[in-house]
Ligand binder design. Sequence first.
Ligand code: 5AD
Ligand code: SF4
Length: 486
Amino acid sequence: MSHSEPNNKLFIETVGCQMNVLDSELVVAALRQDGYELTGNMKEADTILFNTCSVREHAEQKIYSQLGRLKYSKETRPNLVIGVMGCMAQKDQKLIFQRAPQVDMIVGTGQLAEIPELINESRKKRSRQMAISLSRRGGSRTEVADSFQSYDPLRDPTMRPSPHQAFVRIMIGCDKFCTYCVVPTTRGPEQSRSPSALARETQALAEQGVKEITLLGQTVNSYKHVEDGKEYRMADLLELLHKTEGIQRIKFVTNYPKDMTNDLLYAIRDLPKVAHYLHVPLQHGCDDVLKKMKRGYTVPEYRDMMHRIREIIPSCAVSSDFIVGFCGETEEAHQKTMEAVREFRFKNSFIFKYSERAGTKAADNYPDDIEDKVKKRRNNEMLDLQNAISAEDNADFIGRSVEVLVEGPSKSAVKAEQNRPTNASTNQLVGRSRCDRIVVFDGNPRLAGSIANVQIHDCTPTTLMGDIITRTIQHGSSDLLPILQG
Ligand code: 5AD
Ligand code: SF4
């Protein structure tokens, strides 16, 4: 398709997790090969795709309201193709056509490779297209797993968080079946990709100038793949990818508490490119609730894991997710979560109000009985507590220097620049420390993609502020200022 041909303007909206951000990158890359151009303006698009999330109801409502606004769009744009892809497509399937008849195409998480073809079919025949994977009870494990294809063929640098950062999917799906969670249904059975394919992909990204990779999976530390007679676990995979020249930092999310082996912790400690940062969601601080959530561990077991992390990698930052207002959560249970937040001093916590999801064990067995205003109050209490802890722990960095992988101009700086003339050579830059803390400092935008040492002089709960250390201070010694690990 050439530049001037019609029907090639693509608008894509992505909601949800990093997995979705990566899926959108891959779909855009494939469509660009077919001659599509991206547009940021939904009104001038010929193809509109929504990459959707089902983890909480709010994310779905957002998409249905967007679709509602397109209800009459076909009257003036008869060629328009509207597609819903991702988790909501896999979960709601045909129901989406019923709720939003203007939708032309529904594509599940395991069928993304078919999108270019399905758009063509839909436009050519003006007919509805749907491609989804088998449901978890729709066949043998192998049949279901095969119906969820991992889709990682082409990459598109313009769709990345920044030119130097890229996601690499190491596994798809989840087999944990936490009772509140829809992901095992929407993303299918857990399947790890082969180490050799991952090494090739990482190499290709490094050749494109990527400095930091974030390995993605629902439970990355459960990674397991046998290749050439050798079993690779997460520690082995890190060791393999660590060899990639040009890659300076490796992160991975999300971890599952029960699968945090000492081998993995030693690998993090011993491989200098690996971030000292672990996202390991605790979800709740009360054993009865954890049991009801079917998380598979108790608070004391999580505490043991935390002690091992702190002992083996003292500078490691740990972050968590929490759900407040889960079915039957008492005030006492909530206070136990507050206590856990106090005890474990997470770098940050993502806190969510429980949202009942049809088809999950929790929806089938326990009433969603905590009032929304109680959920909100508990959510705010947790946020306030976590913010206070983050502020205290960030203040410990003042006066120390940290190693920052520079991402580029900070977003708030970019916004401010739009309202005033630019000073070309220095800018407010943003990057992350090895322990994943956000660091803001002034510097030349050309530093993007390199490692800088930054002396911290101020902080907020979410950000460290500092000055770049450009030269060695030489008073008889040529040592750099002490660099804080992390
Ligand atoms: N309601 C609220 N939060 C949820 N999460 C997963 N399922 C639900 C739900 N039904 C949260 C968990 C998970 C994060 C990605 O989303 O905390 O770790
Ligand atoms: Fe959902 Fe639990 Fe799997 Fe995480 S581990 S994706 S919360 S089922």
